[in-house]
Design a protein around this ligand. Sequence first.
Ligand code: SF4
Ligand code: SF4
Length: 652
Amino acid sequence: MAGHKKVKNIGRKSLQWTTLILLAYMVIRLWINPNYIADFEAYCPFGGLQAFASFSVNNSLACSMAETQIFMGILLAIGIILFSKLFCSYICPVGTFTEWLGRIGDRFHVRYQIKGVADRLFRILKYALLFVTVYFTVTSSELFCKEYDPYYAIFTGFGSDVVFWMALTALAITILGAIFIRQFWCKYLCPLGALSNIFTNVIMFAAVMVAYLLLLYFGLKISWVWPLAIITVFGYLLEATRLKGWLFPVFKITRKEQSCINCNICDLACPMGLEIAHVDVIDHIDCHLCGDCIQACPVNNTLQINKKEWRWLPSVATVSLIAIGLFLATTIELPTINMRWGNDRQLATASIFSQSGIKSVKCYGSSVSFANKMKRVPGVLGVETFVKSHKVKVLYDPKKLDEEQIRKSIFTPGKTLLHRPPADIKEIAVVKMGVDKLFDSYDAFYFTQLLRQQKGVFGFSTRFGEPVKATIFFDSSAIQPSGLKQIIEQPTVTYRSRGKTYTKPIRFKVTDATDSLRFIKPQSFISSMFQPYNKIFNKYKTYRAQDLQIYQIAMPQALNPRFRRSMSLLVSHLSTDDFIVRFQTIYKERPYARIYFVRGKTDVEHIYRALTLPKLTVHYRGGKTGEVKNPFQFSEKGLVLKIGSKKTLSSK
Ligand code: SF4
Ligand code: SF4
């Protein structure tokens, strides 16, 4: 068992400490500032390489991925081919942590080094983990490694992306493994370690990829899973049989036999437990060019890099690669999705419309939603989204669409009730205003927060225009249009959500407000705010008007959009009675539900019981039924209305 000797490798220690201090800074900042969004994966090259694989296969980036990770990943690969695993040695917090933990094992003489066949066999674990991680990342467009990564689990406090049992198991193995077995995580479990060693065998990697691309080029449809499987299997076999790379990395530790005094201090200093003192070139696949052996060697210039006095090279290369990665990440933005559904002929003559500031396009999921929305617009042929800058590009047929129509189709009009008007109010003031920078759903959310905090503002609706047209409903005895303008044009909005307070910058600008002031009845306000819900079922149209009656009952929850989503459940539940045939909401001075039923076949008591049952019986597609908690409350009994004397029924 080789023990670890403490070495003053200042370049390496500085970079390791810098990484840990930056992480600690992110954690502390997260504690003290709820507006701060800590992205602990922001610079992870492994996440970047997974995202790059996902991007290459699906033309889409994993949600949480940005260019920074991707360029870090690409530079990691270049760094390994040239200099070996510098990230593992100088940056990786798990590597640093496990290396330091290993010293506890050494102090109590309980740390062992796995050698021989067992060492070679155990190495398969990290390749298996690599295959599974890349497979699930590419198939889901989400970083699978977040589910078990001990680093991510710790720094996010076992956040929502983390699968608790997987991360806890990985953490326990990492800690115990580090204490009892030399660099257990790095040598045997780390999927980035496996990927790094594959890049050390870059000739194999390149040969498989070239063969795969040629087969694709010649028309063979081969799944990306095959090259992934072949590369991981070959990667393991090469590592297990040779324990060294093929030609690469370019830079390696070399030993001058003439000056070596065979003191073995270098062997003791090596964190990976490699034998250095009796070889001329350290080409072992576990060497990550940390330089601890060089620093520990008592005879100057006996251990070198490529027989040169370049002991500064690994630290300088690490810093340079990071700087290049950050520079590229700030200058180049890759699309999160790049989807085309027009044919080649249409795409050849397509025009491109770009729009920035679409804050609701913020990840893969919202990008796909955006693409689905645009697919429904005749003449749109494809979209690209760029989540970092919240930019979208829309490819369209200029013969069928113009830019204004595209902007109109991107825009989602809305209606928001902020406060119920008091019962004694006689009239409600209405003002229309153009509001610049009020375009996407995030803007609408901030706009809502601003107005909700103002007493006397009851609601607003928006429709497309340039700028967007907002109609605001308010109590003119509490506030005037000029006051509304002042509120809307504030530079920031502060609001609370899930127990935290947030402050966000906003840039709304009001145009043409005051001259449009008018007044309406409170009842008109309520009915203008809501789109009635209306469903017919159980052969509604086969009945004559005189066969039916209406049961009308107050439904206060119909004002809440959250409950509106559950109305289909209530309708499904009511449809169990073959003689209930229609459900409708109406918004008068109060919101009501209207339930149409067949006279003499069912009755009001039965319907009321069905409405107030604690559970709703829901019918799903495919004939299955289930029960869900009834979210609705009907506290009044309601009344029966007659339908007019029409002979036939309309569904409107
Ligand atoms: S051989 Fe030297 S450079 Fe390589 S890992 Fe060991 S101590 Fe670091
Ligand atoms: S520490 Fe230096 S002198 Fe001692 S064995 Fe290693 S290379 Fe030779």
